[in-house]
Ligand binder design. Structure first.
Ligand code: NAD
Ligand code: COI
Length: 333
């Protein structure tokens, strides 16, 4: 099979060349994310493999369809940036990697929580300002004494529940479609109750339109004074303006934001222009009780290898059998 892959990160390259050597398929690797223009490179290929957080648009699917290509796999979980309706209308079948390592993201949510509970950002900021004494004044909280509310008890949320419970935290969960799993040490409650009772609120829901700004000013007001908000899921879930207000007023104790609301091609190219013109980003960056990370919750060796191997295997399966188990079906639209 001839497969073209776009958006290859440096740390994916060895896994891609190993996969190629192992399977004997012809893999053309590009580091650039796919665009309408560069999808012309896919002419003559059997299938396309992608990884990008920027939009995968109707125009891109039209270009793919014109090339006669019907199968696409993405190397990641979230499909919120993809015009799935256009893909379906154009007869293009798409599969994702729903579970490359849910543990990677769950561990990161715990890492962010511990970092904020122990106020490491504030202590580091004081040290950076040369004030050793002040750096010793930020008394922390212990995870074992917290009530953690996990919003979205899917693959990642359930791993997070296991990890937080293992630290001794009391864990609440909210999910409109809870999976019955008696090994999970959590109590399911509704969202207002979760927000009201939790000292840490941890989001693991998809960035679908229905979840836009699910954490808005009203939701933040329900949260406990001093509570932490952790978002490793998608930027659109949190109303950033309201979050900044809640942090400025001191109502929220801190926030861990791996997926920023205005994550865009511009933010991703920060290294090229050295500047990202976004006052909300600057405001959050200046707050030592905010841990801003550049969408890296997934980023472990295990996860990256699985993203590459699984997505390429699913594409070969698509191409050889016409089906693969992780196809994103129309009912999920
Ligand atoms: P999943 O589909 O297994 O689980 C999502 C769960 O959220 C489902 O159980 C669903 O019922 C629930 N849900 C949907 N809307 C909800 C709502 N309004 N309130 C409560 N629950 C709701 O998905 P997953 O594998 O657990 O991944 C979750 C999200 O994590 C992905 O959609 C993706 O956006 C994000 N993600 C981020 C990273 C990262 O690096 N930061 C990596 C992978 C995935
Ligand atoms: C996902 O898998 O959905 C992520 O958010 C990870 C990222 C590399 C796109």
């Amino acid at each position: 099979m001839k497969i073209i892959t776009y958006g290859a990160h440096d740390d994916e390259l060895p896994y891609m060349t190993q996969w190629q050597a192992r399977t004997g398929h012809d893999l053309e690797i590009h580091t650039q994310p796919a665009t309408v223009a560069n999808l012309a490179w896919a002419a003559g290929c059997d299938g396309i493999n992608l990884l990008q957080t920027t939009p995968i648009t109707r125009e891109m699917f039209e270009t793919i369809a014109k090339l006669g290509i019907r199968f696409v796999t993405i190397r990641n979980v979230g499909t919120d940036n993809i015009d799935l309706a256009a893909a379906r209308a154009l007869g293009i079948r798409l599969a994702n990697v729903p579970a490359y390592s849910p543990n990677a993201i769950a561990e990161f949510a715990v890492t962010a929580t511990l970092t904020l509970l122990r106020r490491l950002g504030e202590s580091q900021a004081a040290l950076d300002a040369g004030d050793y004494r002040k750096a010793t004044t930020f008394i922390g909280r212990e995870l074992a004494q917290q009530t953690v509310g996990v919003v979205g008890a899917g693959r990642i949320g359930r791993e997070a529940i296991r990890l937080f419970a293992a630290f001794g935290a009391r864990v609440l969960a909210y999910d409109p479609h809870p999976v019955q799993d008696s090994s999970l040490a959590c109590a399911y409650v509704d969202l207002p109750e979760l927000l009201a009772q939790s000292t840490v609120v941890d989001l693991h829901v998809p960035g679908i339109a229905a979840n836009d700004h699910m954490i808005d000013a009203a939701a933040l007001a329900l949260m406990q004074p001093g509570a932490l908000l952790i978002n490793t899921a998608r930027g659109n879930l949190v109303d950033t303006a309201a979050l900044i207000e809640a942090l400025k007023s001191g109502h929220l104790g801190g926030a861990g934001i791996d997926t920023y609301e205005n994550e865009s091609a511009n933010l991703l190219a920060l290294h090229e222009h050295g500047k990202f013109e976004d006052p909300q980003w600057d405001t959050l960056r200046a707050m030592p009780n905010v841990l801003l990370t550049p969408h890296i919750a997934y980023h472990t060796e295990t996860a990256v290898q699985n993203m590459v191997d699984f997505s390429l295997n699913y594409l070969v399966e698509f191409l050889t059998t016409g089906a693969t188990a992780t196809e994103v079906h129309p009912r999920e639209l």
